[in-house]
Design a protein around this ligand. Structure first.
Ligand code: PA5
Length: 435
């Protein structure tokens, strides 16, 4: 069952304050929907759950089976929006210890990520791990020119070719890139690699429900039909222009109301280690979409209860410029009961018969109370359980919230001009021709 619930009673913001944005939200809603069909705009994600390339979707599933049969490992080469969404879904849906599971236990190849940093140690460690493994590559870059994945692809393509020969290596390379442009597209055309397209009107951080996310997710053995089904349900549910009936828009506006009250930092808190990369995806989605023109909420993430013993002190008593958005599932997929101990030397017998999900939820309730008392407004967003449909719905929910929130803030949520600055300096220092 898909049912995202939002509770902002502890945000200190009255629903009436949110409803004051009714007209503004309706106008932005109309504008986004008008632009969603424009192939030259970046709002294609809005209708993606129903409006996607079905032929390509089938090809993704077929390629995933081929990779599963031929490979122990799939290398996902990409950075930012070209890998975070896939990783968020794969980690949320896999064992916390998938890297230690046998392939039989995992029922799918292991997915490893590269091209998201420039560390020689990282690359060399990976080369060592791959030496006695069968692997395939999915290189993902919309622009096709991003330095980090381009370097990684050059290195691992060579290793693949040396290992299998040019022809077999070719059949183990899957390229996800722009339909018409970019160095990766040219290379892929020349070499005849299997190619998937990132639609023109879908930007990197909004692309998880395209081949960008779907191919690695399918290779990991996750049901992409159900993922899309969840997103589709969310698309229907949050299609109402009236903020009164649209929780997603209420959350988007609430963020802005809090921001206008100098709450300039949003802490995304989860109580499930598997959600770590979902939080990373959220940080990128909101950070890159809203942080511009000297405006924007700074998104941070904490994994709780782990980080209560590191960041907890600051959240409780540091600068009061933050609010907290807690993400959790209402029903756990697995549980464990705490048994009695005759000696009770650890003093834990008061928990006898209680399960760990219960303890985790009480820790969450206690933490929310403490943070609210400490001056940190709280928003709770929960899903029924961690499964493909709920994750698909949550992805759509946050993409829409981000599109609405950035528009209410008055920035263009779909570009990222600031990212170019470091590249210019780096290229100059590297003496790249033309810089
Ligand atoms: O959201 C975005 O647009 C960015 O984070 C990109 O995904 C990231 O910079 C990678 O770009 P590309 O896919 O062109 O290599």
């Amino acid at each position: 069952m898909v049912n995202i619930k939002i509770d902002y009673e502890k945000s200190g913001i009255d629903k009436k304050q949110i409803m004051e944005y009714k007209e503004k939200v309706e106008n932005i809603h109309k504008d986004l929907h008008r632009r969603a069909d424009d192939i030259d705009d970046f709002v294609g994600w809005l209708k993606l759950p129903e409006n996607y390339d079905k032929e390509e979707f089938d090809r993704i599933k077929k390629s995933a089976i081929k990779i599963q049969k031929s490979s122990d490992i799939l290398l996902v080469i990409g950075i930012g929006g070209s890998y975070l969404g896939a990783r968020a879904v794969i980690e949320a849906m896999s064992s916390n210890f998938s890297s230690l599971q046998s392939e039989k236990q995992r029922k799918a190849p292991q997915i490893l990520y590269v091209g998201n940093n420039l560390s020689p140690n990282y690359i060399n460690d990976l080369i060592e791990v791959l030496s006695d493994k069968d692997f395939s590559i999915n290189v993902i870059s919309k622009s096709g020119t991003t330095t980090e994945p381009a370097i990684a692809f050059r290195i691992f393509r060579e290793i693949l070719e040396n290992k299998y020969g040019i022809d077999e290596a070719r059949s183990r390379i899957y390229v996800t890139t722009d339909k018409k442009r970019g160095a990766l597209k040219t290379l892929s055309d020349n070499e005849g690699y299997e190619k998937f397209v990132i639609p023109d009107n879908v930007g990197g951080r909004f692309s998880v429900l395209t081949a960008v996310g779907l191919l690695p997710i399918a290779v990991a053995g996750i049901d992409i039909d159900k993922l899309m089904q969840g997103a589709r349900l969310a698309q229907d549910k949050y299609n109402d222009p009236n903020i009164k009936y649209n929780d997603c828009y209420q959350y988007a506006v609430l963020r802005n109301v809090l921001y206008n009250e100098n709450k300039t930092m949003e802490i995304f808190a989860n109580y499930e280690p598997k959600m770590h990369y979902f939080t990373e995806w959220l940080k990128q989605l909101f950070g890159e979409s809203e942080g511009k023109e000297s405006k924007g909420i700074f998104p941070v993430g904490v994994d709780l209860t782990t980080d209560l013993h590191s960041m907890g002190q600051y959240i409780q008593e540091g600068i009061r410029n933050m609010f907290e958005t807690v993400l959790y599932y209402r029903t756990t997929n697995s549980n464990i009961t705490i048994n009695a101990d005759d000696d009770n030397l650890d003093g834990l017998n008061y928990l006898t018969g209680k399960d760990l999900d219960y303890v985790n939820k009480k820790a969450m309730e206690g933490t929310i109370q403490a943070h609210v008392t400490g001056g940190v407004p709280n928003i709770e967003i929960s899903i029924e359980k961690l499964d493909e449909e709920n994750i698909g719905a949550l992805i759509y929910f946050f993409e829409l919230a981000c599109g609405m929130s950035g528009s209410v803030l008055g920035v263009n949520p779909f570009n990222q001009p600031g990212v170019e600055e470091y590249k210019k300096n780096m290229f100059k220092l590297l003496e790249k021709p033309g810089y």
